[in-house]
Design a protein around this ligand. Structure first.
Ligand code: MN
Length: 197
């Protein structure tokens, strides 16, 4: 599977004067494109590794997957959540949830702006829904490559903190991983996959 740079849902100059045409053009055509190419490259290198059974560079390519994949996903979400015809504020269920979780739309906007302004170095500000907590959260993203692909829905989780295996396996993490495959509940994983899809 290879990915292509999605077209902007509006003209390059459509967000003027708030977002200038030249920046949008370079940002989309060059920066976002580089993430798409990098993601395709990482996926093809991981496919090669599976084919050859050679995982010597697994950390490198998993890091590339996280960096390039997250860049592609976040830029796509960013372009899509802008429009030349902004209504100015949310409504309906989203407004109700924002008022419940932040007190008011104004309070939400202040916190979001403060969070965005205080991101260390380069990064993102994100409003997200946390399904386990059942609430909206504002988060700062400093390094989008650490070490996930944004939007991923967890299906199968293995704990490799030392506390998870040390009493029995001490420093032999590989043995714990090998043993763990014998106790996976695939029915639960399949259900999570169906829900996510
Ligand atoms: Mn960018």
């Amino acid at each position: 599977m290879t990915y292509t740079l999605p077209e902007l849902p509006y003209a390059y100059n459509a967000l003027e004067p708030h977002y200038d045409e030249q920046t949008v053009r370079i940002h989309h055509d060059m920066h976002h494109k580089a993430y798409v190419d990098g993601l395709n490259n990482a996926l093809s290198k991981l496919a090669q590794a599976r084919e050859n059974g050679d995982y010597a560079l697994i950390k490198h390519w998993e890091k590339e997957l996280a960096f390039q994949g997250s860049g592609h996903v976040l830029h796509t979400l960013f372009w899509e959540n802008m429009t030349p015809q902004s209504s100015g504020n949310p409504s309906g269920d989203l407004l109700k949830q924002i008022e419940q979780d932040f007190g008011s739309f104004e309070a939400f906007q202040k916190q979001f702006s403060a969070a965005a302004g205080a991101v260390e170095g380069s990064g993102w500000a994100v409003l997200g829904w946390q399904p386990q907590l059942g609430q909206l959260l504002i988060t700062q993203v400093e390094k989008h490559q650490d070490l996930t692909v944004w939007g991923i829905v967890p299906l199968l989780i293995l704990d490799v903190w030392e506390h998870a295996y040390y009493l029995k396996y001490q420093n032999r993490r590989a043995e714990w991983i090998k043993a763990w495959w014998n106790i996976v509940n695939w029915e639960v994983v399949e259900k999570r996959f169906e829900t996510a899809r």
